[in-house]
Design a protein around this ligand. Sequence first.
Ligand code: AMP
Length: 177
Amino acid sequence: MKTLDKEALLKSIRDILDFPKRGIIFKDITTLLNNPLAFGDLMEHLEDRYKSYDLDFIAGIESRGFIFGSALATRLGIGFVPIRKKGKLPFTTVSEKYALEYGEDEVEVHIDAFGDKKGSRVLLIDDLIATGGTAKASANLIGKVGATCVESCFVLELTFLNGKANFPTPLYSILEI
Ligand code: AMP
């Protein structure tokens, strides 16, 4: 197995200061995506890790989780399931609310997204975990529709926000800052 050059991967992600509001350092993964070496090495690393997990589906969190999740799903030869913000999915959905700093938000998945089999093995994926609110709600949602979230995977973890605390599934972050 090839070892991933984590330093190069981290360097391929651009920092945007004060986006979308003052005081936030936005981790811009578009510079990773348009760098074929960095993107290719990342996907190879994910394929190597997850090919032995006997997964049935990859679930990606809107919207950057769709990019990594669907690329990994085709590499592993399994289906991809989008987890979306409220009101975007056209068929019958199941939803899970979660608290924001001010107010709340909601994620949804199609009720039949993981097929008829009970306990389908699902990997949840997103680009970044910050407070963990979105990912925890998404992992809970997978359980709500009868599937099993075997692991949650993030390209980058902002460790100072402690999103890992009380996380409902095993968690794998490739990069930590
Ligand atoms: P959270 O629910 O706080 O863990 O936020 C996670 C979601 O917000 C993910 O979908 C991230 O893509 C996005 N996000 C949060 N903070 C940042 C950041 N500093 N840079 C880029 N994306 C972020």
